[in-house]
Design a protein around this ligand. Structure first.
Ligand code: OGA
Ligand code: NI
Length: 341
């Protein structure tokens, strides 16, 4: 029997019930929409790049980078092959479709927060790139060039993430290799997001407000806008800059830096005119890695603000918060996780 694919209706003329979200998730971007995320030219001098990345990171927890060293052709090939994957006939995608959250590589619809009974206007191909092997044999075999193109892209995006982590460490006065090893070496996870055109973008979202929970995220935003970043009680709409990446910090980086770098909430809006594809590359710590505030950031007058936890345990707590509560409580994990002093 053919597997049922519960994917987002791509040609719907109205929004099915499950997708309609409560108003507090939908508060539109207003005043700060005029503010834009800093765009950092990585081809400038190292001192300047280090400083601007750290300033932008402290102010927004988010920034864009251009002249980052990943060739334009790699970005175009990546966008094209991701698009081709979502265009495949249902029968070809069915083999990869799964609602089992424990499966590392799978196609699904919505988010990991599905237990709340809300649906979101996105489909996602989640792929795990194991380290150090980079073995992609469990990835889809269609389109034929997918494994090669996505594998190549992932290695380069990870290299860029590691370079940004080094610059941040230098800027913050940590050893440049402080974030190498297990904390960035668990694996790379890739969420290839497809947001079909939506008949009423004011009533649903592609992704709800959330913080990324790993170390750092490199997002290929695509040419169609959609990403919105929390800023001073409002949302900044991120305008895609050609050949740029959007970079943001995960919860583990907030913990290591004892809150100097924040993992900032963001969401994906939909639009009625065009399909959008984005690719989030997450640098994931090993489950056995123990993460807590770096000694360098703790001292007199500066107590640890987060508990030190094994990443695997942190994730279990994160999942429990997900299961048991309303969406906006997920991010309160940071508050829950803060050390009682
Ligand atoms: C994500 C994410 C934003 C986007 O995948 O975690 O925040 O613009 N994506 O697709
Ligand atoms: Ni995210």
């Amino acid at each position: 029997m053919e597997k049922m694919l519960h994917l987002t209706p791509a040609h719907a003329s109205s929004i099915p019930d499950g997708f309609l979200l409560p108003a507090d998730h939908l508060r539109p971007a207003t005043a700060a929409a005029a503010v834009s995320l800093p765009v950092i030219d990585m081809s400038r001098g190292r001192d300047e790049v280090r400083r601007t990345i750290l300033d932008a990171g402290k102010e927004h927890g988010f920034f864009q980078v251009v002249n980052h060293g990943v060739p334009e052709q790699v970005l175009r090939d990546m966008e094209a092959v991701c698009h081709e994957f979502f265009q495949l006939p249902a029968a070809d995608k069915a083999e990869f479709y799964s609602e089992d959250k424990s499966k590392p590589n799978r196609l699904f619809s919505g988010t990991n927060y599905e237990t709340l009974g809300e649906r979101y206007w996105r489909d996602c191909l989640r792929l795990v790139y194991p380290l150090p092997s980079g073995d992609t044999k469990d990835w889809p075999h269609k389109p034929q060039r997918l494994r090669e193109v996505v594998g190549n892209y992932t290695a380069l995006a990870r290299g860029l993430a590691m370079e940004i982590l080094r610059l941040l460490c230098e800027g913050m006065g940590l050893r440049p290799d402080y974030l190498e090893g297990d904390i960035s070496g668990g694996r790379v996870a890739l969420d290839i997001n497809s947001y079909p055109p939506c008949p009423d973008p004011s009533r649903t979202l592609g992704l709800p407000p959330h913080c990324d929970r790993d170390l750092i995220t490199i997002l290929l935003p695509g040419a169609v806008p959609g990403l919105e970043v929390a800023y001073r009680g409002d949302w900044i709409r991120v305008q895609p800059v050609p050949n740029s990446f959007v970079v943001n910090f995960g919860l583990q980086l907030e913990v290591v830096t004892n809150g100097m770098l924040k993992s900032v909430e963001h969401r994906a809006a939909t639009n009625s005119a065009a399909a959008r594809i984005s690719v989030a590359t997450f640098i994931v710590p090993a489950d056995d890695c123990v993460v807590g505030p770096a000694e360098e950031f703790v001292g007199e007058g500066n107590p640890p603000r987060y508990r030190t936890l094994r990443v695997g345990d942190f994730k279990r707590m994160h999942n429990v918060v997900n299961l048991g509560s309303k969406l906006n409580q997920i991010t309160n994990l940071k508050a829950n996780q803060k050390q009682e002093i």
